[in-house]
Design a protein around this ligand. Sequence first.
Ligand code: F6R
Length: 242
Amino acid sequence: MEVVIGPGPELGRLAANAIEHLVRAQPDAVLGLATGSSPLAVYDELARRHAEEGLTFARVRAFMLDEYVGLAADHPERYRNVIEREIASRVDFAPSAVRGPDGLADDLVLACAAYEEAIAEVGGVDLQLLGIGTDGHIAFNEPGSSLASRTRIKTLTRQTREDNARFFGGDVDQVPQHCLTQGLATIMAARHVVLLATGRGKAEAVHQLVEGPVSAMWPATILQHHPHVTVLVDDAAASRLQ
Ligand code: F6R
Protein backbone atom coordinates (compact mmCIF):
# COMPACT_ATOMS: atom_id res chain seq x y z
CA MET A 1 0.00 0.00 0.00
CA GLU A 2 1.43 3.33 -1.08
CA VAL A 3 0.41 6.34 1.06
CA VAL A 4 0.86 9.86 -0.33
CA ILE A 5 0.24 12.87 1.92
CA GLY A 6 -0.35 16.19 0.16
CA PRO A 7 -2.66 19.19 -0.20
CA GLY A 8 -6.24 18.46 -1.39
CA PRO A 9 -6.04 19.91 -4.93
CA GLU A 10 -2.75 18.06 -5.53
CA LEU A 11 -4.40 14.76 -4.52
CA GLY A 12 -7.06 15.29 -7.19
CA ARG A 13 -4.33 15.84 -9.78
CA LEU A 14 -2.43 12.72 -8.69
CA ALA A 15 -5.53 10.56 -9.03
CA ALA A 16 -6.27 12.16 -12.42
CA ASN A 17 -2.68 11.40 -13.48
CA ALA A 18 -3.21 7.71 -12.70
CA ILE A 19 -6.44 7.68 -14.72
CA GLU A 20 -4.93 9.60 -17.63
CA HIS A 21 -1.90 7.30 -17.73
CA LEU A 22 -4.20 4.26 -17.86
CA VAL A 23 -6.60 5.65 -20.44
CA ARG A 24 -3.86 6.85 -22.80
CA ALA A 25 -2.14 3.44 -22.63
CA GLN A 26 -5.38 1.47 -22.79
CA PRO A 27 -8.19 3.51 -24.43
CA ASP A 28 -10.82 0.85 -23.67
CA ALA A 29 -9.92 0.69 -19.96
CA VAL A 30 -12.56 -0.02 -17.33
CA LEU A 31 -12.86 2.58 -14.56
CA GLY A 32 -14.59 2.23 -11.21
CA LEU A 33 -16.31 5.46 -10.17
CA ALA A 34 -17.13 6.63 -6.65
CA THR A 35 -19.62 9.29 -5.59
CA GLY A 36 -19.48 11.57 -2.55
CA SER A 37 -17.18 14.55 -1.98
CA SER A 38 -13.81 12.79 -2.18
CA PRO A 39 -13.58 12.24 -5.98
CA LEU A 40 -14.93 15.66 -6.98
CA ALA A 41 -11.48 17.23 -7.42
CA VAL A 42 -10.53 14.26 -9.62
CA TYR A 43 -13.62 14.68 -11.78
CA ASP A 44 -12.98 18.44 -12.12
CA GLU A 45 -9.43 17.72 -13.24
CA LEU A 46 -10.49 15.02 -15.72
CA ALA A 47 -13.15 17.35 -17.18
CA ARG A 48 -10.50 20.07 -17.56
CA ARG A 49 -8.06 17.70 -19.26
CA HIS A 50 -10.83 16.53 -21.59
CA ALA A 51 -11.75 20.13 -22.53
CA GLU A 52 -8.25 21.57 -22.73
CA GLU A 53 -5.89 18.68 -23.46
CA GLY A 54 -7.93 16.28 -25.56
CA LEU A 55 -8.09 13.48 -23.00
CA THR A 56 -10.77 11.19 -24.40
CA PHE A 57 -13.00 8.63 -22.71
CA ALA A 58 -14.73 7.60 -25.94
CA ARG A 59 -13.88 3.90 -25.52
CA VAL A 60 -13.71 3.77 -21.72
CA ARG A 61 -16.29 1.75 -19.78
CA ALA A 62 -17.15 2.66 -16.20
CA PHE A 63 -18.90 1.03 -13.27
CA MET A 64 -20.26 2.82 -10.24
CA LEU A 65 -19.64 1.52 -6.74
CA ASP A 66 -23.10 1.79 -5.31
CA GLU A 67 -26.61 3.21 -5.48
CA TYR A 68 -29.38 4.11 -3.07
CA VAL A 69 -32.43 1.87 -3.16
CA GLY A 70 -35.71 3.51 -4.10
CA LEU A 71 -34.70 7.07 -4.95
CA ALA A 72 -36.82 8.32 -7.86
CA ALA A 73 -35.18 8.19 -11.30
CA ASP A 74 -34.98 11.98 -11.43
CA HIS A 75 -33.85 12.51 -7.82
CA PRO A 76 -30.72 14.70 -7.89
CA GLU A 77 -28.99 12.55 -5.26
CA ARG A 78 -29.58 9.27 -7.03
CA TYR A 79 -25.97 8.22 -7.62
CA ARG A 80 -26.62 7.58 -11.33
CA ASN A 81 -27.60 11.25 -11.62
CA VAL A 82 -24.69 12.43 -9.46
CA ILE A 83 -22.19 10.60 -11.68
CA GLU A 84 -23.88 11.99 -14.78
CA ARG A 85 -23.63 15.53 -13.39
CA GLU A 86 -20.14 15.35 -11.90
CA ILE A 87 -18.27 13.48 -14.65
CA ALA A 88 -20.18 11.62 -17.38
CA SER A 89 -21.80 14.72 -18.90
CA ARG A 90 -18.49 16.62 -18.75
CA VAL A 91 -16.42 14.18 -20.81
CA ASP A 92 -17.12 12.02 -23.86
CA PHE A 93 -18.18 8.62 -22.54
CA ALA A 94 -20.18 6.71 -25.14
CA PRO A 95 -23.91 6.41 -24.38
CA SER A 96 -24.48 3.62 -21.84
CA ALA A 97 -20.74 3.26 -21.17
CA VAL A 98 -21.32 4.14 -17.52
CA ARG A 99 -23.26 1.55 -15.54
CA GLY A 100 -24.45 1.37 -11.96
CA PRO A 101 -26.41 -1.02 -9.77
CA ASP A 102 -30.14 -0.57 -10.39
CA GLY A 103 -31.65 0.68 -7.14
CA LEU A 104 -35.09 0.82 -8.77
CA ALA A 105 -35.14 -2.80 -10.02
CA ASP A 106 -38.19 -4.92 -9.20
CA ASP A 107 -35.85 -7.73 -8.24
CA LEU A 108 -32.89 -6.21 -6.39
CA VAL A 109 -31.16 -9.55 -5.80
CA LEU A 110 -31.24 -10.29 -9.52
CA ALA A 111 -30.00 -6.75 -10.28
CA CYS A 112 -26.98 -7.33 -8.01
CA ALA A 113 -26.12 -10.61 -9.74
CA ALA A 114 -26.53 -8.99 -13.17
CA TYR A 115 -24.18 -6.19 -12.11
CA GLU A 116 -21.46 -8.62 -11.07
CA GLU A 117 -21.86 -10.40 -14.42
CA ALA A 118 -21.60 -7.12 -16.32
CA ILE A 119 -18.30 -6.28 -14.59
CA ALA A 120 -16.96 -9.77 -15.29
CA GLU A 121 -18.04 -9.60 -18.95
CA VAL A 122 -15.75 -6.62 -19.64
CA GLY A 123 -12.84 -8.33 -17.88
CA GLY A 124 -13.01 -6.50 -14.54
CA VAL A 125 -12.14 -3.02 -13.35
CA ASP A 126 -8.68 -1.65 -14.18
CA LEU A 127 -8.69 1.33 -11.81
CA GLN A 128 -11.15 1.79 -8.96
CA LEU A 129 -11.55 5.22 -7.34
CA LEU A 130 -12.64 5.06 -3.70
CA GLY A 131 -13.52 7.34 -0.83
CA ILE A 132 -13.74 6.08 2.75
CA GLY A 133 -16.48 6.62 5.32
CA THR A 134 -15.75 7.95 8.81
CA ASP A 135 -16.65 4.44 10.05
CA GLY A 136 -14.19 2.82 7.62
CA HIS A 137 -16.70 1.77 4.96
CA ILE A 138 -15.70 1.55 1.31
CA ALA A 139 -18.52 1.71 -1.21
CA PHE A 140 -21.38 1.04 1.23
CA ASN A 141 -19.75 -1.92 2.92
CA GLU A 142 -20.51 -0.89 6.47
CA PRO A 143 -18.73 -2.28 9.56
CA GLY A 144 -19.45 -5.97 9.89
CA SER A 145 -19.55 -6.54 6.12
CA SER A 146 -18.21 -9.87 4.94
CA LEU A 147 -14.69 -9.52 3.63
CA ALA A 148 -15.74 -11.94 0.84
CA SER A 149 -18.89 -10.02 -0.11
CA ARG A 150 -20.10 -9.33 -3.65
CA THR A 151 -22.67 -6.80 -4.92
CA ARG A 152 -25.72 -6.97 -2.67
CA ILE A 153 -28.35 -5.05 -0.72
CA LYS A 154 -27.12 -3.38 2.46
CA THR A 155 -28.68 -1.31 5.23
CA LEU A 156 -26.93 2.01 5.77
CA THR A 157 -25.79 2.77 9.31
CA ARG A 158 -27.15 5.77 11.17
CA GLN A 159 -23.61 7.24 11.04
CA THR A 160 -23.44 7.06 7.24
CA ARG A 161 -26.95 8.47 6.87
CA GLU A 162 -25.98 11.37 9.16
CA ASP A 163 -22.74 11.90 7.20
CA ASN A 164 -24.72 11.99 3.93
CA ALA A 165 -27.60 14.14 5.22
CA ARG A 166 -25.68 17.16 3.92
CA PHE A 167 -26.67 16.05 0.40
CA PHE A 168 -30.34 15.87 1.43
CA GLY A 169 -30.84 19.37 2.84
CA GLY A 170 -29.43 18.30 6.21
CA ASP A 171 -32.42 16.01 6.87
CA VAL A 172 -31.25 12.52 7.82
CA ASP A 173 -34.79 11.17 7.34
CA GLN A 174 -34.53 11.93 3.62
CA VAL A 175 -31.47 9.69 3.27
CA PRO A 176 -32.53 6.23 2.08
CA GLN A 177 -32.09 3.35 4.53
CA HIS A 178 -30.89 0.83 1.95
CA CYS A 179 -28.45 0.67 -0.92
CA LEU A 180 -26.98 -1.70 -3.47
CA THR A 181 -23.22 -1.85 -3.19
CA GLN A 182 -20.31 -3.65 -4.73
CA GLY A 183 -18.93 -6.04 -2.13
CA LEU A 184 -15.46 -6.02 -0.64
CA ALA A 185 -14.42 -8.95 -2.86
CA THR A 186 -15.75 -7.07 -5.90
CA ILE A 187 -13.57 -4.07 -5.03
CA MET A 188 -10.58 -6.29 -4.27
CA ALA A 189 -10.78 -7.69 -7.81
CA ALA A 190 -9.97 -4.27 -9.31
CA ARG A 191 -6.39 -4.18 -10.59
CA HIS A 192 -5.49 -0.80 -9.07
CA VAL A 193 -7.32 0.94 -6.22
CA VAL A 194 -6.91 4.69 -5.67
CA LEU A 195 -8.47 5.87 -2.39
CA LEU A 196 -8.85 9.55 -1.49
CA ALA A 197 -9.51 10.93 1.98
CA THR A 198 -9.40 14.50 3.25
CA GLY A 199 -10.27 16.17 6.53
CA ARG A 200 -9.87 15.32 10.20
CA GLY A 201 -13.13 13.39 10.21
CA LYS A 202 -11.39 10.66 8.17
CA ALA A 203 -8.28 10.45 10.40
CA GLU A 204 -9.37 7.44 12.46
CA ALA A 205 -10.60 5.54 9.39
CA VAL A 206 -7.30 6.26 7.57
CA HIS A 207 -5.33 5.15 10.64
CA GLN A 208 -7.26 1.85 10.72
CA LEU A 209 -6.95 1.42 6.94
CA VAL A 210 -3.18 1.80 6.95
CA GLU A 211 -2.13 0.66 10.42
CA GLY A 212 -5.00 -1.28 11.97
CA PRO A 213 -5.52 -5.04 11.96
CA VAL A 214 -7.59 -6.38 9.05
CA SER A 215 -11.11 -6.55 10.40
CA ALA A 216 -14.66 -6.60 9.11
CA MET A 217 -15.34 -3.88 11.70
CA TRP A 218 -13.14 -1.52 9.62
CA PRO A 219 -14.02 -2.82 6.15
CA ALA A 220 -11.41 -0.71 4.31
CA THR A 221 -8.64 -2.68 6.07
CA ILE A 222 -9.19 -5.53 3.58
CA LEU A 223 -7.23 -3.32 1.15
CA GLN A 224 -4.07 -4.24 3.08
CA HIS A 225 -4.31 -7.55 1.19
CA HIS A 226 -4.53 -5.86 -2.22
CA PRO A 227 -1.31 -5.80 -4.28
CA HIS A 228 -1.77 -2.30 -5.74
CA VAL A 229 -3.41 0.36 -3.59
CA THR A 230 -2.62 4.08 -3.64
CA VAL A 231 -3.93 6.07 -0.66
CA LEU A 232 -4.03 9.84 -1.23
CA VAL A 233 -4.61 11.85 1.96
CA ASP A 234 -4.24 15.42 3.16
CA ASP A 235 -2.51 16.38 6.41
CA ALA A 236 -5.73 16.32 8.42
CA ALA A 237 -6.73 12.83 7.26
CA ALA A 238 -3.15 11.64 7.88
CA SER A 239 -3.02 13.18 11.37
CA ARG A 240 -3.45 9.86 13.19
CA LEU A 241 -0.84 7.97 11.17
CA GLN A 242 2.23 6.98 13.21
C1 F6R B 1 -19.68 6.63 -2.57
C2 F6R B 1 -19.21 5.63 -1.63
C3 F6R B 1 -18.86 5.96 -0.23
C4 F6R B 1 -18.06 7.26 -0.09
C5 F6R B 1 -17.77 7.51 1.39
C6 F6R B 1 -17.02 8.81 1.59
O1 F6R B 1 -19.92 6.03 -3.83
O2 F6R B 1 -19.15 4.53 -2.02
O3 F6R B 1 -18.08 4.90 0.29
O4 F6R B 1 -16.88 7.15 -0.81
O5 F6R B 1 -18.97 7.54 2.10
O6 F6R B 1 -17.85 9.85 1.19
P1 F6R B 1 -17.29 11.34 1.00
O7 F6R B 1 -16.29 11.27 -0.09
O8 F6R B 1 -18.48 12.14 0.65
O9 F6R B 1 -16.67 11.71 2.32
